[in-house]
Design a protein around this ligand. Structure first.
Ligand code: G3P
Ligand code: MG
Length: 244
C-alpha cells in the first residue's frame, strides 16, 4: 500500500491555505486527499480556516465565532499570501464538498475544537458530509478528545483519528480507547517503536506536517498510512521514487 498524500490545508505552500485555489492546486498536482480545518461562524456555518481569528489569513480582525457567514464573505483571504489571489474568499465546508463531488479526493476534516467551544459542530459537520455522500472517503480528527467521543456517539461508523503533537507512553492504548481508526501524529513523535505498537493495536499512523524530502522519505520508509504536506508535489515525487 502506498502512503497516502494529503495536501495540508490544500497545496498551502503555493496558494493561500484553506482556500479553493489551494484545493484546486492540490488536485492538479495529484494529491490523494485534502486536509482542512473547520471552525463555525456566528450563524453556525462551518468554514475552512485554521486559526480561531481571521487576523493572520485575511484583511479583517476578530474571531470567526463573531462573524456571520455573510460578513465573512466580505473579507479577502488571498492578498496576505499574494496579490495574485486578491479577493479569494474563506470557503465553507460545503464549497469543498460540492467541489469534490466529481473529484473523489480523500478528505481529512479537522475540527478545530480545542480552543473555542463550538456548540454542535460535530453534528453540523457530520450532516454536511453525509448530505454530500462523502462519509466513506472522509476521516475526521481533532485535538480535543471530547469531539471524537461526540462523533462516536453520533454514528458508530464515523472514521476518526486521534490527533496529537504530544508525547505520551500510552498513545496507542488511549487512541484505541477513544475508538479511533488511526493516529495523526506530529513528525517528531514518529519512530519505529510507535509504528510497531500502532500496528499491534490495529491503528494506522499518519504524520503531519512533512515538507522536506528527508522527512517525507522517513515517513514513507516507516510504511505509514498517510502524510500531510504543504508541498504535495514534493511528497508525490519522493513517494514515486520509493514506492512504485
Ligand atoms: O491535521 C494535521 C494538522 O493539520 C494538525 O495541525 O495546526 O496544522 O491544524 P494544524
Ligand atoms: Mg489541520
Amino acid at each position: 500500500m502506498k502512503t497516502i498524500v494529503y495536501a495540508h490545508r490544500g497545496a498551502s505552500k503555493q496558494a493561500p491555505e484553506n482556500t479553493m485555489p489551494a484545493f484546486d492546486l492540490a488536485y492538479q498536482i495529484g494529491a490523494d486527499g485534502i486536509e482542512t480545518d473547520v471552525q463555525l461562524t456566528k450563524d453556525q456555518v462551518p468554514v475552512l480556516i485554521h486559526d480561531e481569528t481571521v487576523n493572520r489569513t485575511t484583511d479583517g480582525v476578530g474571531f470567526i465565532e463573531d462573524y456571520t457567514y455573510n460578513e465573512l464573505q466580505t473579507l479577502d483571504a488571498g492578498s496576505w499570501f499574494s496579490l495574485y489571489y486578491r479577493d479569494t474568499k474563506i470557503p465553507t465546508l460545503e464549497d469543498l464538498l460540492a467541489w469534490n463531488q466529481d473529484k473523489h479526493l480523500l478528505l481529512n476534516i479537522e475540527l478545530k475544537t480545542n480552543v473555542i467551544h463550538y456548540e454542535d459542530i460535530e453534528q453540523i459537520v457530520w450532516e454536511k458530509v453525509k448530505r454530500y455522500d462523502m462519509i466513506n472517503q472522509t476521516v475526521f480528527s481533532s485535538f480535543l478528545d471530547e469531539s471524537l467521543v461526540k462523533l462516536r456517539d453520533i454514528n458508530q461508523d464515523i472514521s476518526y483519528a486521534f490527533l496529537t503533537g504530544r508525547k505520551r507512553k500510552d498513545l496507542c492504548r488511549y487512541g484505541k480507547h477513544l475508538g479511533a481508526k488511526g493516529l495523526h501524529i506530529k513528525y517528531r513523535l514518529l519512530n519505529q517503536q510507535l509504528v510497531e505498537e500502532a500496528k499491534k493495536h490495529q491503528l494506522y499512523v499518519a504524520v503531519y506536517t512533512v515538507n522536506h524530502p528527508m522527512a517525507i522519505r522517513k515517513v514513507i520508509n516507516h510504511r505509514c498510512h498517510a502524510l500531510f504536506s504543504d508541498t504535495p508535489d514534493i511528497a508525490i515525487h519522493v513517494r514515486n521514487q520509493i514506492q512504485r
